[in-house]
Design a protein around this ligand. Structure first.
Ligand code: CAA
Length: 260
């Protein structure tokens, strides 16, 4: 795997860890970083040994948003290209074929909060802060924030965060369901690894299809979401993992899922 300028990738046990690495600008995202992330995700998606992914910005900051220096003088068409790339990469994460955990230290602002929202599970250090401050720059969230934030925390809190541009602390983020756990900063990566290993031990095929049902349901009516779930549920009975899972239960042992 090639070296990336803005990313660090580690692979241990059945877990991949992507660390965003543009420290001078607090991991602000630009096209180069997003293209690298797309390339890395493509490589990881084909690696069957990796069964869960952790996305972090390292111990100081998650992401302080899109790169304002880069955006400040840009023309609309250039920005359309940039935001289309952002959507492509964030959608790739949301629909990734492995579960993705965001481990958030420090600021997750603007495009950074939106990146966390594209992940399946968000856990945060007690120093984490969240916000969609775009309104203070005379713009709006453009990397999915107006859509994903309200789906995660409901329209009331999404309106509040997007309209005020206020930055909230980890404890409020937990209260409104933006994150599922807060830990002391020194324990966050240990917990992220523990959670990733827990997910990595499940059936990869059931994991992928559970995610597919949840994502599909977010974009469809209840009746078509339920129908999709019904078909996918039945399909799982064609897998070895279903047989292994149920046999292991009956034989009172731990299942060993193969993703088949
Ligand atoms: N883009 C570019 N550079 C950024 C940046 C950003 N989003 N956020 C921080 N930086 C840079 C700063 O300019 C500064 O650079 P210099 O050292 O060269 O001056 C460096 O990172 C450190 O930042 P601060 O000195 O400001 O650090 P701080 O600890 O005092 O404040 C902060 C931290 C509250 C995150 C503050 O930097 C800040 O408010 N950043 C902007 C947050 C923001 O508005 N994000 C939304 C961007 S728009 C967006 O996200 C749209 C999108 O992608 C779709």
């Amino acid at each position: 795997m090639r070296e990336f300028k803005n990313l660090i990738y580690q692979n241990e046990d059945n877990i991949g860890i992507i660390t965003l690495n543009r420290p001078k600008v607090l991991n602000a995202t630009n096209s180069e970083l997003l293209k690298e992330l797309a390339e890395l995700l493509d490589e990881i998606s084909g690696d069957d040994k990796v069964r869960a992914l952790i996305l972090t910005g390292g111990e100081k900051v998650f992401v302080a948003g899109g790169d304002i220096q880069f955006m400040s003088q840009a023309a609309p068409l250039e920005m359309e290209k940039f935001i289309a790339l952002g959507h492509k990469v964030y959608d790739r994460i949301a629909n990734f074929n492995k579960p993705v955990i965001a481990a958030i230290f420090g600021m997750a602002l603007g495009g950074g909060c939106e990146l966390a929202l594209a992940c399946d599970i968000r856990i945060a250090a007690d120093n984490a802060k969240f916000g969609q401050p775009e309104i203070n720059l005379g713009i709006i969230p453009g990397a999915g924030g107006t859509q994903r934030l309200s789906r995660v925390v409901g329209p009331g809190w999404a309106n509040y965060l997007i309209m005020t541009g206020r930055i909230i602390k980890a404890d409020l983020a937990l209260k409104i369901g933006l994150v599922t756990e807060i830990l002391p900063a020194g324990q966050l990566m240990t917990r992220a690894r523990e959670l990733a290993l827990e997910l990595a031990a499940k059936s990869p095929v059931a994991m992928r299809l559970a995610k597919s049902c949840i994502n599909n349901g977010a974009n469809s009516s209840l009746s078509s979401g339920l129908l999709y779930e019904q078909k996918v549920w039945a399909l799982l009975f064609a897998t070895e993992d279903q047989k292994e899972g149920m046999n292991a239960f009956l034989e009172k042992r731990k299942p060993e899922f193969k993703g088949k």
